[in-house]
Design a protein around this ligand. Structure first.
Ligand code: KE4
Length: 429
């Protein structure tokens, strides 16, 4: 029995499902999760000594690779002067100034401790600022586990959402409308019917939690126009795309200014951090200046701020974003070559260093398209690749991540792993 198996058996005695976040339980790929002992650069090492090339990167934060020397040094240096104060500290001011300087639409920013806190606070702020209660979100977009966001399209599709999790009050879920993504007609119709009741529309700048799919040309511009026209706030969830797809996030790439932006992952360098930012006239509605309460013991924690800042500065120093695009393009070309060799034209979506190989030949522009994926074939691929030494996200409906620590050699090794893994997975199609 492997040490991972022993640990998992023990974990299940004390932790629900044996994990502290459901996706880690490998339920979407069957089998048991492995436990990691250490990680460095592009590789993780499990407790049984197996080394794997990592394409999850702790779901986004490890954009420089794991445990970069500059971040480890920063943790050690900063920790010597204290771990948490619960009192303002210089690092949080520097972090706020950096985010404001880098993200076009952000005039003020409040730090918190997770992406969930960031999006949850954006909703409360939008409701407080507009005095309205309704929220619009999109099928397939995930924004963390805040009650108003664990909602799927209700039977009365257009108006009342229904809870997507036990414990979410139906009355609250009913205030969230879930629309199909990349569907301009559905958007126009919804705004005609309920636009004046909508406090905010929240959307992943590039949806990457149902696999990854890109906004169709003009779709986000339409969303920006309609929210402006009806007085609803546009909330960009850039928890994954922020500081990854471009220095100023996806909004900088497309030149669009949302009213609020949720951030996380990269800005923590691997430590727990989230942030919400946006127009100053909206952000000033947050306590203590304004009536919308939002707080956190560890928000702006000096260690997390120092490490997050060090990561952002390193990305800028290394001119990371063109390099991440180059890596992503090389990876995509290699995967497409393998698919052509095997003769199965699976869909592959990518933006910069974020990607998703769908086990469907249908182009994927939304959740419905993504659901045509052959999950059994993905399962076979996942385990074959793992056996070969490459760790991809343990779900067909997640994104993959490259980091600056992934060498061309790593990617070439990965192609040699993916080729047989795809053959094995697809031969039964
Ligand atoms: P957290 O609360 O997990 O820090 O962030 C929630 C969140 C918000 N917005 C977006 C776009 C996100 O992708 C996430 C979290 N991403 C998942 C990965 N698909 C985290 C992995 C997990 O749940 O363990």
């Amino acid at each position: 029995m492997s040490y991972s198996s022993k640990l998992f058996a023990l974990a299940k005695q004390f932790i629900p499902g044996g994990v502290n976040s459901p996706v880690r339980a490998f339920r979407n790929v069957e089998g048991e999760p492995f436990f990691v002992r250490r990680a460095k650069g592009s590789r993780i090492e499990d407790v049984d000594g197996r080394s794997l090339i990592d394409y999850v990167g702790t779901w986004g934060p490890a954009i420089l690779g794991h445990a970069p020397d500059v971040l480890v040094r920063t943790v050690q240096e900063t920790a010597k002067d204290g771990l948490s104060f619960g009192i303002p500290n210089p690092w949080e001011v520097e972090m706020a100034r950096t985010i404001v300087n880098w993200v076009p639409s952000v005039e003020k920013v409040r730090m918190c401790n997770s992406g969930t806190e960031a999006t949850m606070s954006c909703l409360r702020l939008a409701r407080g600022f507009t005095g309205r209660d309704r929220i619009i979100k999109f099928a397939g977009c995930y924004h963390g586990h805040g009650d108003s966001l664990l909602v799927s399209a209700g039977s009365g599709a257009l108006t009342h959402g229904r809870p997507d999790s036990a414990g979410v009050p139906a009355a609250l879920a009913a205030l969230t409308t879930v629309l199909p993504y990349n569907d301009p007609e559905a958007l126009e119709k919804a705004f005609k019917e309920i636009g004046h009741e909508v406090a905010g529309v929240i959307v992943e700048a590039v949806p990457a939690n149902a696999g990854l799919f890109l906004p169709k040309p003009g779709y986000l511009d339409l969303l920006r126009r309609l929210t402006q026209e009806y007085g609803a706030l546009l909330i960009f969830d850039e928890v994954m795309t922020g500081f990854r797809v471009a220095r100023g996030g996806y909004q900088e790439m497309i030149g669009l200014r949302p009213d609020l932006t949720a951030l996380g992952k990269v800005i923590g360098g691997g430590l727990p951090v989230g942030a919400l930012g946006g127009r100053a006239d909206i952000m000033d509605w947050l306590a203590p200046d304004g009536p919308v309460y939002q707080a956190g013991t560890l928000s702006g924690n000096p260690l997390a701020m120092a490490v997050g800042l060090a990561q952002l500065k390193e990305l800028e120093k290394l001119h990371a974003w063109p390099r991440l695009e180059e890596l992503g393009a090389f990876f995509e070309a290699g995967v497409r070559e393998i698919l052509a060799e095997i003769g199965v034209p699976l869909s592959f979506n990518r933006i910069g260093s974020m990607f998703c190989l769908f086990f469907t030949e249908k182009p994927v522009h939304n959740l419905e398209d993504a659901k045509t994926s052959d999950t059994a074939a993905f399962r076979r691929f996942f385990h074959e690749a793992l056996k070969g030494g490459a760790y991809f996200a343990p779900s067909p409906f997640e994104a993959g991540f490259l980091s600056l620590a992934h060498s061309q050699g790593d990617l070439e090794d990965t192609f040699e792993i993916m080729r047989p893994a795809l053959r094995a997975a697809l031969q039964k199609l």
